[in-house]
Design a protein around this ligand. Structure first.
Ligand code: PEP
Length: 249
């Protein structure tokens, strides 16, 4: 049985003071919760505050992106080992907003996955099709390409910490959901690609999250699918009550 994982992607929201207030409200709401894992991914400047406020809880912290370089003259970049040094356990890689707005490529995603794994971070790798690709019947091709390149040159054992997130781009921040059947089909494609690249055992243990307008109202129907191992939550993770309701679906 794969344990469910619910990840909050706060995107470019919240100051350190707001992050601390959020966690003060959130922790009591999930105090009794032990059915699944929880990770909060704030912006870079909030990470130390979040790590500090989460101390003593079982909740992890993660970055929303990273550089594939370790250090050097790369203005504006943050490396895997810097994320580790401030207490991150996870990092989101290849989010569609990075791909669409900031020129993230499949090759860049692969380099970042390798850098994260080498530093001991668990990458949460986002893949998913845009609406035109779904309408043209290209969803499977897109997922195979994105996964094939993301998994390149990653050996079986090294891939064990990997987490994938299927995020149909047309469902992110739009209020539209993939149906549980659409998600299950996409997750099957991702798992098959993982098996091809990293072996059957890694693929069977791989957690594949669903992301795209997950809300308290639809969390249970998505999470009840055996192929859906958790959720990556954007908008609805910004409010502690709403995120707690998703965690406890
Ligand atoms: C996301 O940003 O990864 C996401 C899924 O956003 P939302 O939940 O707002 O659709």
């Amino acid at each position: 049985m794969r344990k469910k994982l619910i990840v909050a992607n706060w995107k470019m929201y919240k100051t350190p003071d707001e992050a601390r207030a959020y966690i003060a409200a959130f922790l009591p709401l999930v105090k009794e919760h032990n059915r699944g894992d929880i990770v909060l991914c704030p912006n870079f400047v909030c990470i130390p505050t979040v790590v500090d406020a989460l101390r003593g809880s079982a909740i992890g912290a993660g970055g929303q992106d990273l550089s594939w370089e370790k250090e050097g003259p790369y203005t504006g970049e943050v490396s895997a080992h810097m994320l580790r040094a401030v207490g991150c356990s996870h990092v989101i890689i290849g989010h569609s907003e990075r791909r669409q707005l900031f020129g993230e490529t499949d090759d860049g995603v692969n380099r970042k996955v390798k850098a994260a794994l080498a530093a001991g971070l668990q990458p949460i790798v986002c893949v998913g099709e845009v609406l035109a690709e779904r309408e043209a019947g290209l969803t499977e091709d897109v997922l195979r390409r994105q996964c094939g390149i993301a998994f390149r040159e990653i050996g079986g054992d090294d891939a064990a910490p990997l987490i994938m997130a299927y995020e149909p781009v047309w469902a992110i921040g739009t209020g539209k959901n993939a149906t549980p059947e659409m998600a299950a089909e996409a997750h099957g494609v991702i798992r098959a690609e993982a098996a091809k690249a990293c072996g059957e055992e890694v693929a069977q243990n791989l957690r594949i999250l669903y992301g795209g307008s997950v809300k308290p109202e639809n969390a249970a129907s998505l999470m009840d699918q055996s192929e859906i191992d958790g959720a990556l939550v954007g908008g609805a993770s910004l409010d502690p009550q709403s995120f707690a309701a998703i965690v406890k679906y």
